[in-house]
Ligand binder design. Structure first.
Ligand code: FAD
Ligand code: DLZ
Ligand code: SF4
Length: 524
């Protein structure tokens, strides 16, 4: 799809796959008759890890829909498909080819979300024989520089304090300089276990149109051996669809979002979650607009404060915090391994074949939907990886591959720092380690599991129970002085040697049964 409307010496504006925003900094204020937009499907991006098939289909389809939207609005778009016989495989190669085609007087590009890509963009001014301007990505509430400044002023970084700053900055749920309702955080009201028969209105699934069907065929053809299923593909791929998905959330699910945020029900994959992360991360939805809509729902009496505050906290709190944290700690965050976890990822993470019903259900949802909700990612999958001592690099690759919303800037801090404590507590004040009790309380998984959650040791005991103590015991030196978790060792000591030995032996027997996955699932 080469440009059909040549413009002499234009400004060339490359737009990356997660920059699908009409008000992107590189487009704002630009004249349409002086600009060529370049969009590139490139092999390097599609294969730097072996992404879930739905993730590639989603990104290519959303890119192609965005190109149509831009052209309809009068922009000139030079769109390079993956199947273009001259495709140069990488962003840098494609920009070089576009410079030959268009002879631009300058390239204007918005900084990349991922460190890996940003490194190559920073080489462009030296590589190309034309001016290159790299613009900040201002689709976040907090800039990278502002986060760095905030971090420099604090000995310990905690999301809660950062979040309060973001509330003040945006004015969201602020009433005369005070937090709405008197509290900053209503998390304690957002931990309701699922009641019997808990069900939620289904999120809209969008029927693939001709563009999406073509992309699905391409993905089956070129990436057919990647993880995941393409049978259910209902992600919003255009701004219009993303807005419909947001409308459905605000009309039907936000009311119960808060109370059941941490609940898990076998086979109920979305519950009251917004399912908007893919659209937000692609740039189809503005996160701040969503927060304003949530606030309005509260003001209109359509959603309770705990739901609305919880939703806003995930976005202007956690999402912004992990992004700032990522840029503060890259590239060493990729190699962090404070707990020296070395075990290979078990094969069942790719096959779903395990008798642990909680893990099997989360992996099934991951395979079928390229999605699992937050508490499944954190307290089932993540908790298992933490207490079983799985190597951070292998866990990082898995999460980056399997979720349709996964980009390294958001995936890596959540995996390395939040679930694995590989950063030694820079992001979170304690490791999120839990026994089967937690999963039993917050889900209906255990009632029909091959393991018994009430059995602590020996055959048939829930593996989370013994792995929990195995983890606590092997990291005693580091964790005992942690004021949020250290007191647990008094319980361990009270158990006595025989019971302790039974826990450690049960855990070790279980770990010995794990078959390591072939690394080829994640990377070529
Ligand atoms: P909702 O529950 O409806 O939450 C609303 C929004 O808040 C989300 O759409 C998302 O934009 C934001 N959000 C919530 N929690 C977080 C968080 N911890 N970090 C950043 N943003 C957050 N989210 C991603 O977008 N991409 C990832 O690659 C990703 N990897 C994760 C890995 C782990 C180990 C964990 C524990 C969490 C990860 N998350 C990631 C965060 C969260 O699980 C997803 O954003 C959420 O499940 C998406 O579903 P939703 O849109 O229904 O979210
Ligand atoms: C994830 C992804 C994939 C699979 N393919 C492409 C692509 O072909 N072209 C593109 O522009 N972007 C793709 N992406 C998203 C990029 O990896 C993403 O824009 C960067 O990681 C951000 O730094
Ligand atoms: Fe998971 Fe243990 Fe419950 Fe089985 S018993 S579902 S393994 S927590």
């Amino acid at each position: 799809m080469a440009s059909d409307n040549p413009i002499p010496n234009p400004i060339l504006v490359p737009i990356l796959g997660d920059q699908l925003t009409r008000t992107l900094a590189s487009l704002r204020g630009r004249a349409k008759d002086d600009t060529v937009i370049l969009m590139m499907e490139v092999w390097d991006e599609a294969t730097y890890v072996r992404h879930h098939k739905q993730k590639i289909a989603l990104i290519f389809s959303a890119m192609r829909h965005f190109a149509v939207e831009l052209r309809d609005a009068g922009w000139t778009v030079d769109y390079v498909k993956l199947t273009d016989p001259d495709n140069a495989v990488s962003f840098t190669g494609e920009v070089a080819r576009a410079i030959e085609r268009h002879d631009p007087r300058a390239v204007h590009v918005v900084e990349a979300g991922e460190w890996r890509v940003q490194q190559s963009i920073e080489e462009w001014p030296d590589k190309f024989d034309c001016a290159v301007e790299i613009l900040p990505d201002d689709r976040f509430v907090c800039s990278i520089a502002e986060f760095r400044e905030w971090a420099e002023g604090h000995d310990t970084l905690r999301m809660e304090f950062f979040y309060r700053e973001m509330r003040r900055k945006t004015g969201l749920l602020i009433d005369s300089d005070k937090p709405e309702g008197g509290e900053w955080n209503y998390d304690s009201e957002n931990r309701k276990p699922p009641k019997e028969g808990l069900d939620a209105p289904k999120r809209p699934l969008f029927e693939p149109d001709a563009i999406t069907r073509e992309v699905i065929d391409l993905v089956e053809d070129r990436f057919g051996d990647h993880f995941g299923s393409l049978e259910i593909f209902g992600w919003p791929v255009s701004r219009d669809e993303a807005e419909k998905a947001a409308d459905a959330f605000f009309a039907e699910r936000i009311e119960c979002f808060g109370p059941y945020q941490d609940a898990m029900v076998h086979g109920a994959d979305d519950l009251f979650h917004s399912m908007l992360s893919t659209s937000i991360n692609l740039g189809l939805l503005d996160p701040l607009d969503l927060c304003r809509r949530a606030e309005q729902a509260y003001k209109d009496g359509k959603a309770p404060l705990n739901s609305v505050e919880g939703f806003i906290r995930q976005i202007i709190g956690w999402r912004e915090y992990v992004r700032g944290f990522y840029w503060l700690h890259m590239p060493h965050l990729q190699r962090a391994n404070a707990l020296n976890a070395q075990r290979a990822l078990p094969e069942f993470f790719w096959t779903g074949e395990t008798d642990m019903r909680c893990l099997a259900d989360c992996i099934r949802s991951t395979r079928d939907n390229a999605h699992a909700h937050h508490i499944q990612r954190l307290m089932v999958l993540g908790n298992f990886c933490l207490i079983a001592g799985i190597s951070p690099r292998e866990v990082q690759d898995w999460y980056l591959v399997v979720y349709a919303d996964a980009y390294e800037w958001v995936e890596l801090p959540n995996v390395a720092a939040m679930i694995l404590y590989a950063d030694d507590g820079k992001l979170a004040s304690k490791p999120y380690a839990a026994s089967g009790n937690y999963i039993n309380k917050m889900s209906n998984y255990c009632s029909d599991c091959a393991y018994s959650v009430s059995k602590k040791t020996g055959e048939g005991a829930c593996p989370f129970n013994s792995l929990y103590w195995h983890f606590m015991d092997r990291h005693r030196d580091r964790l005992e002085s942690n004021h949020r978790i250290g007191r647990i060792y008094a319980n361990w000591d009270r158990m006595g040697e025989d019971k302790q030995a039974a826990y450690l032996e049960t855990a070790q027997d279980f770990l010995d049964t794990l078959t390591p996955a072939d690394k080829g699932w994640a990377r070529d």
